[in-house]
Structure formats: structure tokens, C-alpha cells
Design a protein around this ligand. Sequence first.
Ligand code: MN
Length: 407
Amino acid sequence: MKTWLNVPSDSDFSIYNLPFGIFDTGDGQPRAGMAIGDHIVDLVAAAEHGLFGKKRFYKKLFAQPVLNEFIALGKPTTNRIRRRVQTWLCLPDTPEHASQILADRRSARMHLPVRIGDYTDFYSSIEHATNVGKMFRPDNPLLPNWRWIPVGYHGRSSSIVVDGTPIRRPHGQILPPGQDTPVFSASRRMDFELEMAFIVGKETALGETIPVEKAEEYIFGLVLFNDWSARDIQRWEYVPLGPFLGKNFGSSISPWIVTLEALKPFRVKGPKQNPAPLDYLRTTGSRNYDIELEVGLSPQNSNETVICHSNMRYLYWSMAQQLAHHTVNGCNIKVGDMMASGTISGPTKDSFGSMLELSWSGQQPIQLQDGSTRTFIQDGDTITMRGWAQKGDVRVGFGQVGGTVLG
Ligand code: MN
């Protein structure tokens, strides 16, 4: 595919990608767009110039500050719009009105792309679950249910923010080592979790279940997800009901939703599952996606060090298995619901997706390029996650999700 627009060859937002997002250009009017190179296809302007037919309908739809209604129209429509924009970008010559339809991505402000209904966080990396298990329960790292159930918990959507939003270090109850009564203090073990999240594109009725082989029909697309975590608060509170205030003070997402259609060429098998999952979780073929992931840490006024390289392909439980499990009891899902993967750690030390694992619970400090070290995140540190898939010249990326921790 060849476009008349100048797209840098290393751009995450190639002609093969065309992700959806919500942006504004300083005019206070958040609206729908699609990223291409350093530009945004302004979908309101594209509708105005008749790209999609039904001018009034599409103008109104794309002028909304979230994508929920558009996504709810279903994949036949969302795919048609994406292909229509792709065709327009591949016309033999620069089309009329191109300058009115394109906005400058570099100066645009990005918003949350959807109104997030419910948010669920899974725990689907066996390497992460085993690493954390070893630290919290040395004699019993992987609990007996883990290889049978895509373990998850219900999180909180109100505190999910978009790339660039600062995160305040939380205060809470912490049990100091060797003591038996807690203190109230700022977290001293502030951490990130490298995750991917998918956005639900099709609702179900209460009582309905989603078969695993149909689950991807219910997934609109993916974003990068940083599940900020306060390990000391988490450690004291997590028994018996799981994560609570150690997690719900903030999670950050990348602003562009990359569609499953754009990710199709990057399907891969995924790790062998042993024991074989129960029937409702059994899949055939390629259940995972080959998406390279990295995390950079930039101290205040200093250069970034990349401290983690991982890949979504390592996930033990796939998105389809997560969704089949989530709905197997009849729990209904809604357009705009967000489901995160859990920390994506790989098999090697440099692929661990949290500082808890990279510094092995603070025992092995991480070296940074400026000579300083870290065990957990310090005030003023910026954490930036990036993700991309690449095959030959075809690159489909997510851009980034970054956030600075404030004291
Ligand atoms: Mn998490």
C-alpha cells in the first residue's frame, strides 16, 4: 500500500495501522480521528467532505468526545470506515480538501478514547505470577487454580487516565517489615505494571455467554496499559479479597486504539497450556499476538533508560480465553469496557514487566544510564511504555503511554 502522504518509515502509525482516537487541536472540541504518520485524519472533517456518505449522521457521530457510539455500530461499519480512509490515503494523487481533513498530530491533544464502563484486570502471564508468587509465598509460588482459571479482579474505571497525565504517589496503610501494626505513610514501593488492554466492541445480555472461538468478535482493539501499583499498600491489604487501594489510584492508557484487524498479520501461537484447559477455554490455532513491548524510566531532568523488553506473545491466557471466562457465568459486558492482561513478563530478567520483579523486591537495584539506581519509582520519574508489531516493512504500533510520578 502506498499513500500520497509523507509517512516516516519508522512510524507506528503506518498506512497498515490507522488506529482510532479522540483528539482536539486546542479548540476545546474533542472529536474522533485516525492516526497516520505525524498526522490525524479528522473524521468530522472527512464526513463533512462526504468521505463516508450520510454526511449529517457521520458528522454528528464523530463530533462526540468518545468513540462508544461509533464502536457500538459494529465491526462491519467500523471496518468499512477504516478501509474507506485507507483507500482515500492511497489515492494516486493528493485529494482535494486533504489539508482540511488532516490535522497535525504533534500539536494535537489526546483524550481518553472511550467512556470506560467496567474495568477488569487479569493476571495472565505465568512468568509474572510465578515471580510475584516466589516473593510473597516462597514455598507456594503458583497457586493451584492458576493453570485452570484466567485469574482476574474487578478494578476501577474512574481513575484510568490517558498518556501524559501525572500520577500522584498514594498514601495508605503499610506494615513495616518485622512489625505487627501498620503505619499510615506515602507508598515507598511505587511501581508500574506493563500490560495491554482490550476494549469491548459488542455488548452481551445478562445471562449470555461468549464462546471462546467467537470472543474476538467482541473485541474492538487494544491499547497499552500501565497499572500503577503501590506494592507496600498492596502487600498489607490483598488478603483475602485481592487488590484494592494499592491499585485504584491510577492506571494509564495510550490514546490510540489499534484494531484487531490491523493486528491480524501478527498472530502467533502462544505458550503451550498444560494441563489442557477445560472445554470452554480450549482454543485452536494462533491465540496470541506478537507485539514487542518496552518500558523506559526517565529520572527528572535526565535521560531515559529502557529497563524492560517484553512481548505480548508470552501471555499464557489469551484475550479470547479471558473474555470467555469473564462471561461463562452469564456476566454481561458493554461497549467501552476495558480488560487488561496483567503484567506481561517474559522468561528472562530483562523482560520482567514491573520494578518489583526487575529489582527482585528491592534486593537488586536497577542501574540507570545517568549512574543512579532504582529499586522502585522515585518522585519526578517518568515511566514510558511503547509497543509495536513489525513484519518486513509492515509496522503497526501503539505509540506510547507515559506518566510522571509526583510526590
Ligand atoms: Mn495489573
